[in-house]
Design a binder for this molecule. Sequence first.
Ligand code: NAD
Length: 462
Amino acid sequence: MPINENLVQEIVQEVMAKMQIADAPSGKHGIFKEMNDAVAAAKKAQVEVRNMTMDQREKIITCLRGKIRENAEVLARMGVDETGMGNVGDKILKHQLVADKTPGTEDITTTAWSGDRGLTLIEMGPFGVIGAITPCTNPSETVLCNTIGMLAAGNTVVFNPHPAAIKTTIYAINMVNEASIEAGGPDNIACTVEEPTMETSAIMMKHKDIPLIVATGGPGVVTAVLSSGKRGIGAGAGNPPALVDETADIEKAARDIINGCTFDNNLPCIAEKEVVAVSSVVDELMHYFINDNDCYLASEEEQKKLVDVVLKGGRLNRKCVGRDAPTLLSMIGVKVPQNIRCIVFEGPKEHPLISEELMMPILGVVRAKDFDDALEQAVWLEHGNRHSAHIHSKNVDRITRYAKAIDTAILVKNGPSYAALGFGGEGYPTFTIASRTGEGLTAAHTFTKSRRCVMSDALCIR
Ligand code: NAD
């Protein structure tokens, strides 16, 4: 048989390329010096993942869920220590939520049409190697939740994480690969670089072996990804308003709002960032905030000082993001007991502490004449992010009007914002809410390509 020289050359090149993949230099699984090496390693691992049975993928995911549960506290402490943001107790809950409720392979389903002309299936296939960019606000939660979904769909993933959370991210990625190896899978199903930068991000985004980019972060990164020329899933910023009308149970609304707003020191992008309440309930709501929910009422002078510190030079001060209320108040020279959970005040919607997405437990309350006025102000405050909004009302018609007007990926009615993530609400969690590009709460099904598989005039056995 004649030798096909081209084929031989191709095989040799492929083998050489595989041999050139550098070992993870840090001794940790999936961690590389160069982005190109990280992508090459993830590509090699994806060939194996692609050929696995669904059952094998699920075994890796089960092993990873166990490791996340075991390491929930370690990861929570690492995240808080490294970024200075959030609190350990709530971060433990977030990791447990990822472990217990992130959808796995059961989210990959088949649609079928069977009839006289045969059988047609829509299969959900993997993209290959996904490039993912993650925020410092939920670093390991996002990496772990993304990995479960992406792997369930048959992909591997290369992360370019926020540099301020690199140690926590490396710990999480090493753990993912240990789980894979323990369950009989390949190393490098998730990879990253030791020092992520804008350059490594650009290499990843332009890489020929990365067909899909998933960005979780503020407006800058989502715009960058959507300008990359590749398919992009953009999970961007929010500024979720909580609307309260006179039909609501005000005592419960106050409790739900403060519970949601203070969860992990207000870091989640879905958390209540401001309240818009009809005038007749504002005083009652404030009463419950302050007297029953450990809130501190900031005076006008204190608000001005907070603006100077929190929005120093007109920019969000990272040193304030995810800090608790006593720490924030201490920055303006106000000492309060440690049980103070949130700083509240009343102000117009244009107040900088209300209109900006702060990600800290400062909650401004905007007074509205009536429901129509409240709806209009809430829509303005959401800034067209189409991310998340919340409402406390017993009037179904109003809730429907609000839902249509604000048009967000998430709308929680009569509950704390975190109900949207499956805490005290139905449904699955995610830390990548694709607000800008419309996929909504991402899960394994989001990370698939639709593939039609047609058998003509056969296999219909009805
Ligand atoms: P960030 O935008 O500063 O950083 C997010 C990631 O993007 C980081 O890895 C960062 O290095 C990278 N990045 C930033 N600009 C970039 C650019 N131009 N090109 C390439 N990469 C870039 O955000 P953060 O402070 O880490 O996180 C908080 C923000 O993320 C908030 O706005 C929050 O609402 C949003 N967020 C959204 C979701 C969601 O699911 N929609 C989830 C978490 C956080």
